[in-house]
Ligand binder design. Structure first.
Ligand code: SF4
Ligand code: SF4
Length: 169
């Protein structure tokens, strides 16, 4: 998300309220939908599924297309062609994506919750998600070699930040 997109999102607010507080996810336009992404890149980490229980576990290993420094996809436009299990988040499939991290803005808004203060839409600064330690920056490792994903199972992507919720504006 860029500052320009951020400002564009705010410019469409009704009654001075930001769009994410007055519009449902279904009613958001494409720019607003895209601006909701906080850029944490936790959804771009490899996950493992327990064959018996179906339970998913995050690993710290990033998708091969993720730039772990910037937390951006190197080939965003072609992502679903380049990576078989890259899932495009849409209004239609959002409710089925149980593995989205608890801090994911789409999951929060879908669940009727508020954005955290470190969300770039709240702070006006795309770096705030990284400065708050919420993104994969400094924690994710590159995919490659003879990595065993089981050795890289981590809990931090599932960490909630409930105490940091903004109060309703
Ligand atoms: S987890 Fe959600 S907010 Fe974070 S990068 Fe993925 S889609 Fe965006
Ligand atoms: S291809 Fe998909 S999963 Fe991989 S970095 Fe890009 S957006 Fe993330």
């Amino acid at each position: 998300m860029t500052d320009k997109e951020n400002r564009a999102g705010r410019s469409e607010c009704n009654d001075d309220q930001p769009f994410w507080q007055v519009k449902s996810l279904q009613d958001m336009n494409l720019d607003e939908w895209d601006a909701l992404c906080d850029g944490c890149a936790k959804c771009c980490l490899h996950k493992l599924e327990d064959e018996d229980t179906g339970e998913l576990a995050f690993t710290s290993v990033a998708c091969s297309q993720l730039d772990i420094a910037s937390c951006r996809c190197r080939n965003y436009a072609e992502r679903t062609f380049l990576v078989d299990d890259c899932v495009e988040l849409t209004k239609e499939n959002l409710s089925h994506l149980k593995w989205l991290p608890p801090t994911c803005a789409y999951r929060l808004i879908y669940g009727g919750k508020l954005l955290f203060n470190w969300h770039p839409l709240m702070s006006g600064d795309p770096e705030s998600v990284h400065q708050a330690g919420v993104s994969v920056r400094g924690k994710a490792v590159e995919e490659g070699g003879d990595q065993d994903l089981e050795d890289h199972i981590v809990k931090w992507p599932e960490q909630d930040y409930e105490e940091d919720f903004e109060e309703a504006g």
